[in-house]
Design a binder for this molecule. Structure first.
Ligand code: NAP
Ligand code: G4F
Length: 355
Protein backbone atom coordinates (compact mmCIF):
# COMPACT_ATOMS: atom_id res chain seq x y z
CA UNK A 1 0.00 0.00 0.00
CA UNK A 2 1.44 3.37 -0.94
CA UNK A 3 1.48 6.04 1.74
CA UNK A 4 -0.96 8.94 1.37
CA UNK A 5 0.14 12.55 1.86
CA UNK A 6 -1.98 15.69 2.05
CA UNK A 7 -0.21 18.98 1.26
CA UNK A 8 -1.62 22.45 1.84
CA UNK A 9 0.19 25.06 -0.27
CA UNK A 10 0.88 22.50 -3.00
CA UNK A 11 0.80 25.25 -5.66
CA UNK A 12 3.61 27.18 -3.92
CA UNK A 13 7.38 26.89 -4.29
CA UNK A 14 7.88 24.31 -1.50
CA UNK A 15 4.67 22.40 -2.15
CA UNK A 16 5.60 21.77 -5.76
CA UNK A 17 9.03 20.29 -4.89
CA UNK A 18 7.58 18.27 -2.02
CA UNK A 19 4.82 16.82 -4.26
CA UNK A 20 7.47 15.79 -6.80
CA UNK A 21 9.59 14.16 -4.10
CA UNK A 22 6.70 12.23 -2.54
CA UNK A 23 5.49 10.99 -5.93
CA UNK A 24 9.02 9.76 -6.63
CA UNK A 25 8.91 7.90 -3.31
CA UNK A 26 5.70 6.16 -4.35
CA UNK A 27 3.23 8.21 -2.28
CA UNK A 28 -0.27 9.10 -3.38
CA UNK A 29 -0.36 12.89 -3.10
CA UNK A 30 -3.40 15.03 -2.39
CA UNK A 31 -2.97 18.77 -2.65
CA UNK A 32 -5.16 21.63 -1.47
CA UNK A 33 -5.44 24.50 -3.91
CA UNK A 34 -7.28 27.77 -3.60
CA UNK A 35 -9.92 28.87 -6.03
CA UNK A 36 -8.43 31.63 -8.17
CA UNK A 37 -9.67 33.77 -11.05
CA UNK A 38 -6.50 32.93 -12.96
CA UNK A 39 -4.48 29.73 -13.26
CA UNK A 40 -2.41 29.08 -10.12
CA UNK A 41 -1.06 25.58 -10.83
CA UNK A 42 1.92 26.64 -12.98
CA UNK A 43 4.43 25.07 -10.57
CA UNK A 44 2.75 21.65 -10.61
CA UNK A 45 1.30 21.38 -14.11
CA UNK A 46 4.25 19.23 -15.17
CA UNK A 47 3.36 16.58 -12.59
CA UNK A 48 -0.41 16.97 -12.74
CA UNK A 49 -2.01 18.30 -15.92
CA UNK A 50 0.64 17.09 -18.31
CA UNK A 51 1.06 13.71 -16.75
CA UNK A 52 -2.04 11.52 -17.02
CA UNK A 53 -0.31 8.75 -15.04
CA UNK A 54 -0.15 10.88 -11.91
CA UNK A 55 -3.40 12.63 -12.65
CA UNK A 56 -5.46 9.48 -12.75
CA UNK A 57 -3.74 7.42 -10.14
CA UNK A 58 -1.48 9.17 -7.65
CA UNK A 59 -2.00 12.91 -7.61
CA UNK A 60 -5.23 14.66 -6.75
CA UNK A 61 -6.08 18.31 -6.25
CA UNK A 62 -8.90 19.55 -4.04
CA UNK A 63 -10.29 23.04 -3.65
CA UNK A 64 -9.79 24.28 -0.13
CA UNK A 65 -8.64 27.08 2.10
CA UNK A 66 -6.98 27.34 5.49
CA UNK A 67 -9.69 29.79 6.53
CA UNK A 68 -12.39 27.12 6.09
CA UNK A 69 -12.59 24.62 9.00
CA UNK A 70 -15.35 22.44 7.58
CA UNK A 71 -13.41 22.07 4.33
CA UNK A 72 -10.28 20.94 6.21
CA UNK A 73 -12.30 18.54 8.37
CA UNK A 74 -13.92 17.00 5.30
CA UNK A 75 -10.61 16.60 3.46
CA UNK A 76 -8.86 14.97 6.42
CA UNK A 77 -11.80 12.62 7.00
CA UNK A 78 -12.17 11.69 3.31
CA UNK A 79 -8.47 11.32 2.43
CA UNK A 80 -7.26 9.74 5.71
CA UNK A 81 -3.67 10.78 5.00
CA UNK A 82 -0.67 9.12 6.65
CA UNK A 83 1.16 12.46 6.57
CA UNK A 84 -0.04 16.06 6.41
CA UNK A 85 2.31 18.86 5.35
CA UNK A 86 0.91 22.28 6.25
CA UNK A 87 2.79 24.56 3.84
CA UNK A 88 -0.09 26.88 2.96
CA UNK A 89 0.42 30.44 4.18
CA UNK A 90 0.36 34.11 3.38
CA UNK A 91 4.13 33.82 3.23
CA UNK A 92 5.29 37.34 2.32
CA UNK A 93 6.70 39.20 5.32
CA UNK A 94 6.28 42.73 3.93
CA UNK A 95 2.72 42.00 2.76
CA UNK A 96 1.86 40.85 6.30
CA UNK A 97 2.20 44.47 7.47
CA UNK A 98 -0.58 45.37 4.98
CA UNK A 99 -2.86 42.39 5.77
CA UNK A 100 -2.01 41.45 9.39
CA UNK A 101 -5.45 40.09 10.27
CA UNK A 102 -5.68 37.88 7.18
CA UNK A 103 -2.12 36.67 7.79
CA UNK A 104 -3.09 35.65 11.33
CA UNK A 105 -6.27 33.92 10.06
CA UNK A 106 -4.35 31.79 7.58
CA UNK A 107 -0.91 31.31 9.16
CA UNK A 108 -1.91 31.06 12.83
CA UNK A 109 -5.55 29.98 13.07
CA UNK A 110 -5.29 27.98 9.83
CA UNK A 111 -2.75 25.75 11.58
CA UNK A 112 -5.07 25.32 14.56
CA UNK A 113 -7.92 24.40 12.19
CA UNK A 114 -5.79 21.66 10.64
CA UNK A 115 -4.69 20.27 14.01
CA UNK A 116 -8.25 20.34 15.28
CA UNK A 117 -9.44 18.52 12.16
CA UNK A 118 -7.00 15.72 13.05
CA UNK A 119 -8.15 15.69 16.67
CA UNK A 120 -11.87 15.78 15.85
CA UNK A 121 -11.78 13.12 13.14
CA UNK A 122 -9.45 10.91 15.19
CA UNK A 123 -7.48 10.06 12.02
CA UNK A 124 -4.04 8.68 12.84
CA UNK A 125 -1.67 10.87 10.86
CA UNK A 126 1.61 12.74 11.14
CA UNK A 127 1.60 16.55 10.90
CA UNK A 128 4.39 18.78 9.59
CA UNK A 129 4.18 22.54 10.28
CA UNK A 130 6.12 24.94 8.05
CA UNK A 131 7.76 27.04 10.75
CA UNK A 132 10.33 29.67 9.94
CA UNK A 133 13.58 31.32 10.93
CA UNK A 134 11.55 34.57 11.02
CA UNK A 135 10.49 33.40 14.51
CA UNK A 136 13.91 34.46 15.85
CA UNK A 137 13.51 38.08 14.72
CA UNK A 138 16.11 40.45 16.10
CA UNK A 139 17.69 39.91 19.51
CA UNK A 140 17.09 42.87 21.81
CA UNK A 141 19.39 45.91 21.64
CA UNK A 142 21.46 44.90 18.66
CA UNK A 143 21.91 46.43 15.26
CA UNK A 144 24.28 44.06 13.56
CA UNK A 145 24.30 45.59 10.07
CA UNK A 146 27.30 46.94 8.19
CA UNK A 147 25.33 50.20 7.81
CA UNK A 148 25.34 50.58 11.60
CA UNK A 149 29.10 50.25 11.73
CA UNK A 150 28.78 47.24 14.05
CA UNK A 151 30.34 43.98 12.95
CA UNK A 152 28.13 41.28 11.44
CA UNK A 153 27.72 38.68 14.19
CA UNK A 154 28.74 35.09 13.69
CA UNK A 155 26.31 33.25 15.96
CA UNK A 156 24.09 30.49 14.63
CA UNK A 157 20.49 29.89 15.68
CA UNK A 158 19.38 26.50 17.00
CA UNK A 159 16.16 24.85 18.19
CA UNK A 160 16.94 26.32 21.63
CA UNK A 161 17.54 29.96 20.59
CA UNK A 162 14.91 32.43 21.83
CA UNK A 163 12.13 33.64 19.53
CA UNK A 164 11.47 37.37 19.19
CA UNK A 165 9.30 37.81 16.06
CA UNK A 166 9.34 41.20 14.35
CA UNK A 167 6.46 41.14 11.82
CA UNK A 168 2.77 40.19 11.76
CA UNK A 169 3.82 37.18 9.66
CA UNK A 170 6.35 36.01 12.23
CA UNK A 171 3.95 36.59 15.15
CA UNK A 172 1.29 34.50 13.36
CA UNK A 173 3.87 31.78 12.71
CA UNK A 174 4.85 31.89 16.40
CA UNK A 175 1.29 30.90 17.32
CA UNK A 176 1.40 28.11 14.72
CA UNK A 177 4.70 26.85 16.14
CA UNK A 178 3.44 26.66 19.71
CA UNK A 179 -0.02 25.25 18.90
CA UNK A 180 1.77 22.44 17.05
CA UNK A 181 3.93 21.75 20.12
CA UNK A 182 0.87 21.98 22.35
CA UNK A 183 -1.19 19.47 20.32
CA UNK A 184 1.78 17.14 20.35
CA UNK A 185 1.99 17.30 24.13
CA UNK A 186 -1.71 17.52 24.96
CA UNK A 187 -3.13 15.00 22.48
CA UNK A 188 -0.02 12.93 21.71
CA UNK A 189 -0.18 13.83 18.01
CA UNK A 190 2.87 13.14 15.85
CA UNK A 191 3.14 16.87 15.16
CA UNK A 192 6.46 18.52 14.23
CA UNK A 193 7.88 21.91 13.35
CA UNK A 194 10.49 22.35 10.64
CA UNK A 195 12.15 25.69 11.43
CA UNK A 196 13.35 26.41 7.94
CA UNK A 197 15.75 29.18 7.03
CA UNK A 198 15.26 30.89 3.66
CA UNK A 199 15.33 28.51 0.73
CA UNK A 200 15.22 29.54 -2.88
CA UNK A 201 14.95 28.08 -6.37
CA UNK A 202 13.90 28.95 -9.90
CA UNK A 203 10.33 28.43 -8.64
CA UNK A 204 10.64 31.07 -5.90
CA UNK A 205 7.89 33.71 -6.03
CA UNK A 206 8.98 36.73 -8.05
CA UNK A 207 8.43 39.25 -5.24
CA UNK A 208 10.91 37.59 -2.84
CA UNK A 209 14.28 39.27 -2.96
CA UNK A 210 16.43 36.51 -4.50
CA UNK A 211 14.10 35.88 -7.43
CA UNK A 212 13.48 39.59 -7.86
CA UNK A 213 17.24 40.01 -8.21
CA UNK A 214 17.84 37.06 -10.57
CA UNK A 215 14.99 38.16 -12.84
CA UNK A 216 15.96 41.86 -12.60
CA UNK A 217 19.65 41.29 -13.33
CA UNK A 218 18.78 39.02 -16.28
CA UNK A 219 16.46 41.68 -17.72
CA UNK A 220 19.00 44.46 -17.19
CA UNK A 221 21.73 42.48 -18.95
CA UNK A 222 19.30 41.68 -21.80
CA UNK A 223 18.60 45.42 -22.21
CA UNK A 224 14.93 45.03 -21.17
CA UNK A 225 15.09 46.97 -17.90
CA UNK A 226 17.20 49.94 -16.76
CA UNK A 227 17.57 49.35 -13.06
CA UNK A 228 16.37 47.31 -10.11
CA UNK A 229 14.75 49.05 -7.13
CA UNK A 230 15.23 47.44 -3.73
CA UNK A 231 14.90 48.02 0.03
CA UNK A 232 17.28 47.02 2.83
CA UNK A 233 20.24 45.41 1.05
CA UNK A 234 22.17 44.96 4.31
CA UNK A 235 20.02 42.26 5.83
CA UNK A 236 21.77 38.90 5.95
CA UNK A 237 20.06 35.58 5.19
CA UNK A 238 21.00 31.91 5.32
CA UNK A 239 19.87 30.89 1.81
CA UNK A 240 19.58 27.21 0.81
CA UNK A 241 18.22 25.32 -2.19
CA UNK A 242 14.54 24.33 -1.91
CA UNK A 243 14.58 20.73 -3.22
CA UNK A 244 17.01 19.83 -0.40
CA UNK A 245 14.65 21.42 2.14
CA UNK A 246 11.67 19.45 0.75
CA UNK A 247 13.70 16.31 1.46
CA UNK A 248 14.30 17.65 4.99
CA UNK A 249 10.56 18.13 5.55
CA UNK A 250 9.95 14.50 4.64
CA UNK A 251 12.77 13.36 6.95
CA UNK A 252 11.23 15.30 9.87
CA UNK A 253 8.13 13.08 9.62
CA UNK A 254 10.18 9.87 9.29
CA UNK A 255 11.95 10.41 12.65
CA UNK A 256 11.39 7.90 15.46
CA UNK A 257 9.53 10.48 17.56
CA UNK A 258 7.88 13.83 16.85
CA UNK A 259 10.19 16.80 17.40
CA UNK A 260 11.21 20.22 16.03
CA UNK A 261 14.19 20.75 13.72
CA UNK A 262 16.17 23.62 12.24
CA UNK A 263 17.02 23.24 8.53
CA UNK A 264 19.71 25.67 7.39
CA UNK A 265 23.04 25.84 5.58
CA UNK A 266 24.99 27.59 8.38
CA UNK A 267 26.25 30.22 5.93
CA UNK A 268 24.89 33.75 5.71
CA UNK A 269 25.16 36.54 3.12
CA UNK A 270 23.73 40.01 2.70
CA UNK A 271 21.25 40.93 -0.02
CA UNK A 272 24.02 43.13 -1.43
CA UNK A 273 26.31 40.11 -1.77
CA UNK A 274 23.51 38.26 -3.58
CA UNK A 275 23.25 41.15 -6.08
CA UNK A 276 27.03 41.16 -6.62
CA UNK A 277 27.08 37.40 -7.20
CA UNK A 278 24.19 37.66 -9.67
CA UNK A 279 26.05 40.27 -11.76
CA UNK A 280 29.23 38.20 -11.44
CA UNK A 281 27.47 35.48 -13.50
CA UNK A 282 27.77 37.93 -16.41
CA UNK A 283 31.37 38.78 -15.53
CA UNK A 284 30.24 42.20 -14.22
CA UNK A 285 31.35 43.92 -11.02
CA UNK A 286 29.57 46.77 -9.24
CA UNK A 287 30.78 50.03 -7.72
CA UNK A 288 28.67 51.19 -4.75
CA UNK A 289 28.15 54.90 -4.05
CA UNK A 290 26.14 56.87 -1.49
CA UNK A 291 24.52 55.74 1.74
CA UNK A 292 21.10 54.57 2.91
CA UNK A 293 18.24 55.40 0.59
CA UNK A 294 20.67 57.26 -1.72
CA UNK A 295 22.94 54.26 -2.26
CA UNK A 296 23.36 53.11 -5.84
CA UNK A 297 25.18 50.28 -7.59
CA UNK A 298 26.87 51.08 -10.90
CA UNK A 299 28.37 48.69 -13.43
CA UNK A 300 32.10 49.17 -12.91
CA UNK A 301 32.83 49.37 -16.64
CA UNK A 302 30.05 51.53 -18.12
CA UNK A 303 29.21 53.44 -14.87
CA UNK A 304 25.54 52.82 -15.59
CA UNK A 305 23.36 52.82 -12.46
CA UNK A 306 21.66 49.43 -12.24
CA UNK A 307 20.71 49.25 -8.54
CA UNK A 308 18.85 51.95 -6.60
CA UNK A 309 16.82 52.10 -3.40
CA UNK A 310 13.08 52.69 -3.14
CA UNK A 311 11.47 53.53 0.24
CA UNK A 312 8.47 51.35 -0.58
CA UNK A 313 10.56 48.20 -0.22
CA UNK A 314 11.72 49.00 3.33
CA UNK A 315 9.73 47.25 6.07
CA UNK A 316 8.53 48.94 9.28
CA UNK A 317 10.72 46.38 11.08
CA UNK A 318 13.06 43.93 9.38
CA UNK A 319 14.99 40.89 10.55
CA UNK A 320 18.61 41.86 10.11
CA UNK A 321 20.60 38.67 10.48
CA UNK A 322 19.74 34.98 10.16
CA UNK A 323 22.16 32.07 10.24
CA UNK A 324 21.08 28.59 11.30
CA UNK A 325 22.70 25.59 12.92
CA UNK A 326 21.23 22.33 11.58
CA UNK A 327 23.39 20.00 13.69
CA UNK A 328 20.34 18.31 15.23
CA UNK A 329 18.89 17.54 11.76
CA UNK A 330 22.26 16.14 10.68
CA UNK A 331 22.54 13.91 13.76
CA UNK A 332 18.95 12.69 13.98
CA UNK A 333 17.70 12.88 10.37
CA UNK A 334 20.97 12.55 8.48
CA UNK A 335 20.01 15.75 6.64
CA UNK A 336 22.76 18.01 5.32
CA UNK A 337 22.35 20.55 2.51
CA UNK A 338 24.98 20.51 -0.24
CA UNK A 339 24.08 23.54 -2.39
CA UNK A 340 25.97 26.61 -1.14
CA UNK A 341 25.47 30.30 -1.84
CA UNK A 342 27.44 30.66 -5.09
CA UNK A 343 25.95 27.53 -6.61
CA UNK A 344 22.44 28.62 -5.62
CA UNK A 345 22.86 32.00 -7.33
CA UNK A 346 24.25 30.24 -10.40
CA UNK A 347 21.28 27.82 -10.60
CA UNK A 348 18.77 30.67 -10.33
CA UNK A 349 20.65 32.95 -12.74
CA UNK A 350 20.98 30.23 -15.38
CA UNK A 351 17.24 29.63 -15.22
CA UNK A 352 16.25 33.30 -15.40
CA UNK A 353 18.82 34.17 -18.07
CA UNK A 354 17.14 31.54 -20.29
CA UNK A 355 13.70 32.76 -19.30
P1 NAP B 1 4.66 30.28 -1.33
O1 NAP B 1 5.40 29.97 -2.59
O2 NAP B 1 4.17 31.66 -1.09
O3 NAP B 1 3.41 29.26 -1.27
C1 NAP B 1 2.37 29.44 -0.34
C2 NAP B 1 1.27 28.46 -0.66
O4 NAP B 1 0.19 28.66 0.27
C3 NAP B 1 0.64 28.64 -2.06
O5 NAP B 1 0.30 27.37 -2.57
C4 NAP B 1 -0.60 29.44 -1.76
O6 NAP B 1 -1.62 29.31 -2.74
C5 NAP B 1 -1.02 28.79 -0.45
N1 NAP B 1 -1.96 29.58 0.31
C6 NAP B 1 -1.92 30.92 0.58
N2 NAP B 1 -2.99 31.28 1.30
C7 NAP B 1 -3.73 30.16 1.50
C8 NAP B 1 -4.96 29.91 2.15
N3 NAP B 1 -5.68 30.87 2.71
N4 NAP B 1 -5.44 28.64 2.15
C9 NAP B 1 -4.75 27.64 1.54
N5 NAP B 1 -3.57 27.82 0.90
C10 NAP B 1 -3.08 29.08 0.88
O7 NAP B 1 5.53 29.86 -0.07
P2 NAP B 1 6.73 28.81 0.04
O8 NAP B 1 8.01 29.55 -0.15
O9 NAP B 1 6.42 27.65 -0.78
O10 NAP B 1 6.65 28.43 1.58
C11 NAP B 1 5.90 27.31 2.03
C12 NAP B 1 5.64 27.43 3.53
O11 NAP B 1 6.88 27.44 4.23
C13 NAP B 1 4.92 28.68 3.95
O12 NAP B 1 4.11 28.35 5.04
C14 NAP B 1 6.01 29.62 4.39
O13 NAP B 1 5.51 30.56 5.31
C15 NAP B 1 6.98 28.64 5.01
N6 NAP B 1 8.41 28.99 4.98
C16 NAP B 1 9.00 29.31 3.80
C17 NAP B 1 10.37 29.57 3.77
C18 NAP B 1 11.08 29.91 2.48
O14 NAP B 1 12.22 30.39 2.55
N7 NAP B 1 10.48 29.63 1.33
C19 NAP B 1 11.12 29.50 4.97
C20 NAP B 1 10.48 29.15 6.15
C21 NAP B 1 9.12 28.88 6.15
P3 NAP B 1 -1.60 30.20 -4.11
O15 NAP B 1 -0.61 29.49 -5.02
O16 NAP B 1 -3.00 30.12 -4.57
O17 NAP B 1 -1.15 31.57 -3.71
O1 G4F C 1 13.12 37.57 0.17
P1 G4F C 1 12.44 38.18 1.33
O2 G4F C 1 11.11 38.83 1.09
O3 G4F C 1 12.35 37.03 2.43
P2 G4F C 1 12.13 37.06 4.01
O4 G4F C 1 11.50 38.31 4.48
O5 G4F C 1 13.43 36.67 4.62
O6 G4F C 1 11.04 35.89 4.20
C1 G4F C 1 11.18 34.65 3.51
O7 G4F C 1 11.95 33.76 4.31
C2 G4F C 1 11.33 33.44 5.58
C3 G4F C 1 12.31 32.49 6.30
O8 G4F C 1 13.24 33.23 7.05
C4 G4F C 1 10.01 32.77 5.32
F1 G4F C 1 9.44 32.42 6.51
C5 G4F C 1 9.10 33.72 4.56
O9 G4F C 1 7.87 33.04 4.26
C6 G4F C 1 9.78 34.10 3.25
O10 G4F C 1 9.87 32.95 2.45
O11 G4F C 1 13.38 39.28 2.00
C7 G4F C 1 14.71 38.99 2.41
C8 G4F C 1 15.40 40.28 2.84
C9 G4F C 1 14.59 41.12 3.84
O12 G4F C 1 15.43 41.60 4.85
C10 G4F C 1 14.08 42.29 3.00
O13 G4F C 1 13.89 43.49 3.74
O14 G4F C 1 15.56 41.10 1.69
C11 G4F C 1 15.22 42.42 2.01
N1 G4F C 1 14.86 43.13 0.78
C12 G4F C 1 15.53 44.20 0.28
N2 G4F C 1 14.91 44.65 -0.82
C13 G4F C 1 13.80 42.89 0.00
C14 G4F C 1 13.83 43.84 -1.02
N3 G4F C 1 12.83 41.93 0.06
C15 G4F C 1 11.90 41.92 -0.94
N4 G4F C 1 10.95 40.94 -0.91
N5 G4F C 1 11.89 42.84 -1.95
C16 G4F C 1 12.83 43.84 -2.03
O15 G4F C 1 12.81 44.67 -2.94
Amino acid sequence: MSKIALISGVTGQDGSYLAELLLEKGYTVHGIMRRSSSFNTGRIDHIYLNNPGFRDKRMFLHYGDLTDSSNLNRLVEKIEPDEIYNLGAQSHVQVSFEVPEYTAEVDAIGTLRFLDAIRETGIKTKFYQASTSELYGNPLNTDPTPASGLPIPDYRLTELSPFRPTSPYAVAKLYAYWITVNYREAYKLFACNGILFNHESPRRGETFVTRKITIGVSRIMAGKQDRLLLGNIYSARDWGFTPEYADGMWRVLQAGKPDDYVLATGETHTVREFIEEAFAQYGETLTWEGKGIKETGKLSGSKKTVIAMDPKYYRPTDVKYLCGDATKALKELNWAPTVRFKELVKIMMEHDRDL
